[in-house]
Write a protein of this length. Structure first.
Length: 107
């Protein structure tokens, strides 16, 4: 399934979110950060960490839609849900569930 990770995450007013440094937050940023983060409620083994790293590398620094599996989308959603606030989670989930065809037709 193709997903466009370069999309901006929007705030409640529909404007692009900014991080504390004033940089626009994208689905790509949130996904990679969540995949590489350690959370207090889990301690994945090396195999799981390597899997997360490989997916982060697949998503990182690409301008093109990324072909991801349903399992990979579920993992990204799970980890974003653990790491971020409700606003980021809600906006990221909207984009992760959106097919490329839907994005093209909305333009």
């Amino acid at each position: 399934m193709l997903r466009n990770f370069c999309q901006d995450l929007l705030d409640l007013d529909g404007e692009p979110m900014k991080d504390p440094a004033g940089v626009t937050v994208t689905l790509q940023n949130a996904s990679v950060n969540a995949l590489l983060a350690n959370t207090q409620d889990e301690n994945p083994d090396g195999v799981e960490k390597a899997k997360r790293f490989a997916l982060a590398m697949k998503i990182h620094n690409t301008k093109e839609p990324v072909d991801v599996t349903a399992e990979e989308i579920a993992l990204v959603k799970k980890l974003i849900g653990k790491v971020y606030t409700a606003l980021v989670v809600g906006r990221a989930y909207e984009l992760l569930e959106q097919k490329i065809e839907e994005v093209k037709s909305a333009v």
